[in-house]
Design a protein around this ligand. Sequence first.
Ligand SMILES: Nc1ncnc2c1ncn2[C@@H]1O[C@H](COP(=O)(O)OP(=O)(O)OP(=O)(O)O)[C@@H](O)[C@H]1O
Ligand SMILES: CC(C)(CO)[C@@H](O)C(=O)[O-]
Ligand code: BAL
Length: 280
Amino acid sequence: MEIFKTKKALQDYLESARLQHKKIALVPTMGALHQGHISLIDYAKPLSDIIVCSIFVNPTQFNDPNDLAKYPRPIANDIQLLEAANCDILFQPSVEEMYSADEKWSLDLGNLANIWEGEKRPGHFQGVTQIVYKLFSLVQPDIACFGQKDFQQVMVIQHMIQVKQLAIELAICPIIRAENGLALSSRNSRLSETALEEALALSRVLSWTKENFQRLPLSELNSEALRQLSASEGVEVEYFAICESRSLEQATSIADDKQYVALLTAWVGGVRLIDNMILN
Ligand SMILES: Nc1ncnc2c1ncn2[C@@H]1O[C@H](COP(=O)(O)OP(=O)(O)OP(=O)(O)O)[C@@H](O)[C@H]1O
Ligand SMILES: CC(C)(CO)[C@@H](O)C(=O)[O-]
Ligand code: BAL
């Protein structure tokens, strides 16, 4: 695997790859890699000739300085995992390499900016789109892989691809879970043993919601899921909502031709966890 820390070195490499008509896949990450990230690389493999994985803890998407400071950065282990996964390129720039002092960015995200993660993490999706647009412009990938785990993020990126008219195929990869149901996440490494147990309530309630989606009326599904969450030791819910999966607006009724997703964010052991499940 080649490791590039500057845009220039990456661009030089990719320019010659493009001349050879190689198909390029991009897997953007913030590092602290786990099997969820590796699944994105595996997904890209049969669809591309060159896989570029970026590791960059992007400061502009953190609304909480404490969260940014505590974000895990086990780079030696990340490199080992990427080597083992046969990733071709690691792009690992510094903050100074990606941002100049006086940069401005503003993308109209409509209602997506104001609901759920957008509401709870003000400015988060401006920061996400700012860095992803930079990465897209730099790498010019044929395909870019993102995890369904960050459901709203995928909707935001899809919106950006449309409004900026980018010729990039967006791959949405399934959520990888531990055997006990916990969605893999870099932030899980900050959970104590007790908190790891308590965090199982998230996937348990999402699975319960999916199992009962066709059976119970929406209001009952919502209230019972929230009741189960509030009865779960150590879990403090930020939001739980059953939403139409494109607009992410909270469902008020169920239409047969639409897809629905349950979105959940909760604090467990001082760590903010997000998870979701498609219900039909
Ligand atoms: N369990 C998972 N299954 C599939 N994709 C995942 C999973 N976890 C993360 N991803 C995807 O990997 C990409 C990089 O995510 P990121 O580096 O933020 O990892 P993360 O584990 O989600 O970290 P955290 O949630 O702690 O920020 C995103 O597209 C994300 O959706
Ligand atoms: C897409 C991303 C790498 C942008 O920093 C980040 O939001 C993430 O890891 O999901
Ligand atoms: N995986 C989403 C990145 C973030 O939490 O900032």
